[in-house]
Design a protein around this ligand. Sequence first.
Ligand code: ATP
Length: 259
Amino acid sequence: MTPKLELRGVTRAFGEKGSPGRVTAVRDLSFTVGAGELVAVVGPSGCGKSTILNMVSGLYGPTEGAVLIDGVAVEGPRSEVGFMLQKDLLLPWRTVIENVEFGLETRKIPKAERRRIARTELKRIRLEEFADSYPYQLSGGMRQRVALARTLAISPELVLLDEPFSALDAQTKLVLQKSFSRTLSESGLSCLLITHDLQEAVIMSDRVVVLSGRPGTVVDTFAVDLPHRDDPLARSTLPATHEYVKRLFDTLHIAEGAA
Ligand SMILES: Nc1ncnc2c1ncn2[C@@H]1O[C@H](COP(=O)(O)OP(=O)(O)OP(=O)(O)O)[C@@H](O)[C@H]1O
C-alpha cells in the first residue's frame, strides 16, 4: 500500500553549492508514515526537524531525493495537510468558533456549512460551551485544543504536529496528550509528530524515527509495540514504556556523541 507520507533519500542543504557557508541540514533521510499511523521524530537540537516539516508542507523542496504524499511528489502546499504548532496562533479578535472556521473560510466553504463543521469539532474536543468566548478567556491547554479543532475542521489526511505541547505545564501536557491521542485515533488520521520529549514519542506513537545531530540522518527507527495508542496515560504506566524510553535515550546519547 502507498504510504500517506514518504521521505525517499531526502537531503536538504542551504547556501550556494561549493560555498564555505553551505550547510547540510538533513542527509539521505528515508522513512514513511502509513495510513492511520502516528510516527514520532526525535533528535537533538538542530538535527533538521523544522527542515523536514517545511519540506513536507511544501515550503521548499529537497536538494536530493523526494518527499511524497500518497505517492505524489510535494511541489507546494497541499490542501490535505493540516498543522499544529507549539504556539496556538489563534486570532485574538475572533471568537473560538470563528477561529475554528478560519481554514474553512479560506477554502470558500459557505457560512452555514462552516458553522456546522466548527460546532462538530468543538464538540469533539469538548469545548462547545466556549464557542463564543475569545482566546484570551481560555487557558493555554484549552487554546491548544481549539487549535486542534481548527486543524481538524479542514478534514486533513495528514497532520503535522510540531512540538504541540512543549509550551504547556506538565499537568496540562498530560491531559492534552490524552485528549489529542483519543481524537487523532478516533479520526484515523496519519500524523507526523516532531518532539524533543522522548517519553511523549513513546506514549503517543506507533513508530519512532530517531535522527542524529546535524546533518540529520536516521540512526534508528522502531515500532512501539504497546497497547493504548489512544491513551498515553495508560501507556505511560506500562513497564515496557520505560524500556523504549531508555532505548531512545541511549541511541540519542550515542548519536550526539558521534555528531
Ligand atoms: N533557511 C536556512 N538557511 C540556512 N541554514 C538553515 C536554514 N534552515 C535551517 N538551516 C540550518 O539547518 C540546520 C537544521 O535546522 P532546523 O531548524 O531544521 O533544525 P531543528 O531540528 O528544527 O532545530 P531545533 O530542534 O533547535 O528547533 C541548522 O543548522 C540550521 O542552521
